[in-house]
Design a protein around this ligand. Sequence first.
Ligand code: PEP
Ligand code: MN
Length: 405
Amino acid sequence: MDRSKPTTAIPEPWSINTWQSKSIAQPIIYEDEDKLSKTLVQLAALPDLVPTQEIDQLCETLLFAARGQMFVVQGGDCAEAFHEITRPIVSGKRELLVAQAKTLSEGLGKPIIPIGRIAGQYSKPRSNCYETLSCGSRVNSYRGDNVNGPEKSERDPNPERLCVGYHLAAATLSMLRAESGQPRTEIERFTLPSSGVFTSHEALHLPLESTMTRFGYNTSAHMLWIGERTRQLDGGHVEYLRGVKNPVGVKLGPTTNPSDLIEMLDKLNPRGTVGKIILITRMGAKNVEDKLPALIREIKKSNHVPVWLCDPCHGNTVSTPSKVKTRIVEQMLEELKLTHLIHAENDSQLGGIHIEQTGEADVTECLDSYSQDLSQAQFPEYRTLCDPRLSKSQAMFLIREYVQF
Ligand code: PEP
Ligand code: MN
């Protein structure tokens, strides 16, 4: 395609339901569809969780990150657990993001845009539909607390959980707002939302996401993303997200094809609005040098100016011989540094970092270095319901090492 000419194709009409005619990856199958419909009717009548002005504010702020003048730190659980929505745990997550933003701001000399994987990160894609529990039973995989529960008896998707999720997201936001205090500087007044940190989650559950969409805004979070498993060009997730006014993230793994990427951005952001799209690369330390340069070059040839984030988590997950999923901080740091250098070499800029982390100090889910023997590793406080998270000190370490690099 000749990219120097403006595209003349008129996009197909979009509504909050056009995704329904597309194929849906990672669907959630409810036995009682009537109950799902009734739940969605209830949710549709409930207030917005985030103000639409703050969604616009994030769009405006991300423009600066796309131009290299600001930097994003996006972090939080792989899957937020309902039972962990407590005062100390929510506080800890907010404080960690604020501390990371402070270190980054001092180290990089730029204002920071903090975004939590928080107040709605309750729906998960999974590689396998089923899993075998240690007791030998084969059950539906855990798909996030919005869908089903981790216990054996809770594995059937239950629509009522969506209402619980809505109210817990509202409670989380309420607490974030109460603790966020007054913005200290002129820049913060311009860039930060009432909750102190912006909120985000994976837009996996399309019946829920479309229900929460009003006047083109997904009012359940400031930012939404599509995952590595749901970014099919003709799929329902891209179809849904191409119509929303929120900033949209796209996870990109090592199999991403450069020309498909441009086609996707033409769909998600046909006007080429700067900063509307956040590309979150998660190549794995061993693939990044091989795979990332072609994507950056293809973007530079196009008329798109995204914000590039590095997710050094999802390409570096390893399992111990006893099948505990973990990550090695040293390897994550390697991907982060390589990603930074590859951008610089290709006349591009890394615009932020995306991490799975918890504000809790005692969690033991990730290992510090390669020198630890995987077969001997102990994980006494392994509490995640999904992927392993960096502890508070590991998460701060990663950020400090990055700014000193
Ligand atoms: C995630 O962010 O938890 C996730 C599932 O990531 P990805 O889509 O990149 O695998
Ligand atoms: Mn994850």
